[in-house]
Structure formats: C-alpha cells, structure tokens
Write a protein that binds this ligand. Structure first.
Ligand code: AKB
Length: 333
C-alpha cells in the first residue's frame, strides 16, 4: 500500500482513513475522492482531492491511472436505513460502484490491493444470533444486506479470477466524533453522545433489549490498515472477516454515559423501519478468524469509548461554538 485512492472519502470512515493514510504514507500518496467538494473541509483541503461519482467508470479509471495508484479503498455506498427507503438506487450505487471499482483495480494491474467494507448486515435472521460464526448461512432480508453479501462474493470472484488483492471486513456499527454517519441503523449509538452533551437526554430510535455489535472508529481505522498490510499467506478468508469490539443494547450505552452524566435521561421513540433492520441482524458476531489470521485486536470497550467520545465531542462543540449543558476536558479513569 504505497499510493492509495479512496472513494467516499468525505464519509464517516473515509475522512478519518484519509487523515491516517496521509500521515502514514505522505500527503501526496493519498487521492481522496467524493461526489461533492465542500469548502472548509479538512479532507478536501489537507491533500490531493478529486470529485468522483463512482458510477462514472471512465473518470474512476482516469484518476486511478493518472495517479498510478496501487490500492483502491472503495467506501462510497448507501447505509442500511437509506437503502431500505431507496432500494433500486441502493442496488445501483452499491453494486454498480463496487463493480466499477473492481474493474478499475483489474485494469490498473494484477495484484492491485482492494478494500471495500462489508457489514454485520450481510447476515440475516436465520444466522445464529450470538457468537455468529464467520462461515455460516448468509440470508439478509434488507437491501443493504443483499448488496453486502453480493459484494463479498464479487470481491472473492475478482480475487480468484483476476488476481485483484481483495480484502474486507464485516463492520459493526462505528462510533466516532469527527464526521457523523448518515442513514445507518446503528447511528443511535453516535447520536446519543451528541444529545447527552447538548441536552442531557436522548430518545432512542432503537428499542431496549436490542443488541448490536459496535466499534470505536480508531479501532476500525487500525483494522483496515492492519488487514491491508497483513501477510497474504496467512489469510484463509478474505471477503469478509467478522470484526467487533463490543455488543450492547441501548440501556447499556445509556448506563455508560450515566457514569459521567448522572442526570442523563434515556427515552424511546422507536422507528419501526430501523428496528426491523436491527432485529434481522446478529446480536454479537465471532471475530476469532480475524484475530487468528491477521491479529485483529481492538483497544476500546464501551466505557473507554464513552469517556473518549465525551471529551472529544466537548472539544469539538467548544471549537464550533455549539451550546452544551455539560462538557468534559478530561475524565478520571
Ligand atoms: C448501518 O447501520 O447501516 C451501518 C452498518 C452496521 O453497516 N452502520
């Protein structure tokens, strides 16, 4: 991984990955792309940035070839809740974009490294809900899940048939403070920190008792870098590894926040669409193969993540002049 092109680089994962890779590889060795180019955006301003609609194959190929990239990290996609509202567009964007990305990788040359994330959404309601095995039935009942499981197969195909060095993970819900996610089912676990600081209360659109896998963004970014640098001879699996750092229900994240904001109040205003999606996913997946094959090892558990989110978000709100009811410079461990 020497010269990397990232699609969807303004999103929740892309913006933090671009920053990390610019640090690791040098600013000139990361080509960040997205469909829009906002002003005053660090990903746009702190390095090489190009506008790219991933459905435009010719432009995709031109950017990859002109910049002689050896790695494509394809992040542009719709998340679960939005995909459920716009299934045809989700199929066209998620599968068409992925197909273009894989074709560009093939065209760039054999051995091109390739990453596009899968998700816990690749599983359906008939998979074992707890300690869900890496290799088991995958019958998703959401459009997003259908694109994820199809994407996993397509990435294996391009690896086996054309020698594209495809590697991927099934991401759980990702929690971060820099860029908010949009259109996901696990987004409640990000929103809750914003509302805890601003209002000391939160109404969850996911119901009590609903377990989902989650991970702090630092661990997710480390996982991508580690997997992309892993010795290929150790990889029995490729597309895609289960990874998770924690699994919790809404009551547990609320309790974690209450340790620092004792008068924080949690209520529920359940969204039937996102609740239905969550109900179709596993409670907690098994990440043993990622640990064995490329030493996946997350650092953040729920309380450590909560402390980090409260401090980091407080700082961000202060910088942006956002009013809050409570703020943290630091927390005592
Ligand atoms: C979503 O909720 O759609 C995503 C995911 C789990 O893939 N965060």
């Amino acid at each position: 991984m020497k010269k990397v092109m990232i699609t969807g680089a303004l999103g929740q994962i892309g913006s933090e990955l671009a920053e990390r890779l610019r640090r690791d590889l040098g600013v000139d060795n990361v080509i960040a792309t997205d469909i829009r180019k906002p002003e005053n955006n660090p990903t746009v301003e702190n390095g090489h940035f190009e506008i790219l609609d991933v459905q435009d194959y010719d432009k995709f190929l031109e950017i990859a070839k002109t910049n002689k990239v050896d790695t494509i990290i394809h992040l542009a996609a719709l998340l679960s809740a939005t995909a459920e509202q716009r299934p045809a567009f989700a199929w066209n964007l998620n599968m068409g974009g992925l197909m273009n990305a894989l074709e560009v990788a093939r065209e760039v040359g054999e051995g091109t490294k390739f990453f596009a994330p899968s998700s816990i959404a690749a599983y359906g309601p008939d998979a074992q809900p707890d300690n869900t095995p890496q290799d088991t039935v995958m019958h998703p009942t959401t459009m997003y899940g259908v694109t994820k499981v199809s994407g996993e197969m397509l990435e294996n195909y391009y690896h086996d048939k054309y020698g594209v060095d495809t590697r991927s993970v099934r991401f759980p819900g990702l929690i971060s403070y820099k860029v908010e996610p949009g259109g996901g089912t696990t987004d409640y676990a990000v929103d809750i920190y914003y509302e805890a600081l601003k209002n000391k209360s939160y109404k969850s659109f996911i119901d009590k008792g609903t377990y989902m896998d989650m991970m702090y963004m630092d661990d997710a970014i480390d996982a991508i870098v580690k997997l992309m640098n892993a010795d290929p001879s150790r990889l029995v699996h490729r597309n895609a590894f289960n990874i998770t750092a924690m699994a919790f229900e809404p009551e547990q994240i609320a309790a974690s926040i209450k340790r620092r904001i004792p008068d924080f109040e949690m209520g529920y205003d359940v969204d039937p669409v996102r609740q239905g999606i969550a109900n179709s996913w596993p409670n907690a997946i098994d990440a043993t193969d990622a640990k064995t094959e490329w030493d996946f090892s997350p650092n953040y558990d729920l309380d450590k993540m909560t402390d980090e989110m409260l401090v980091r978000l407080s700082k961000k709100f202060a910088e942006e002049g956002v009013e809050t009811k409570v703020s943290f410079d630091t927390v005592e461990s």
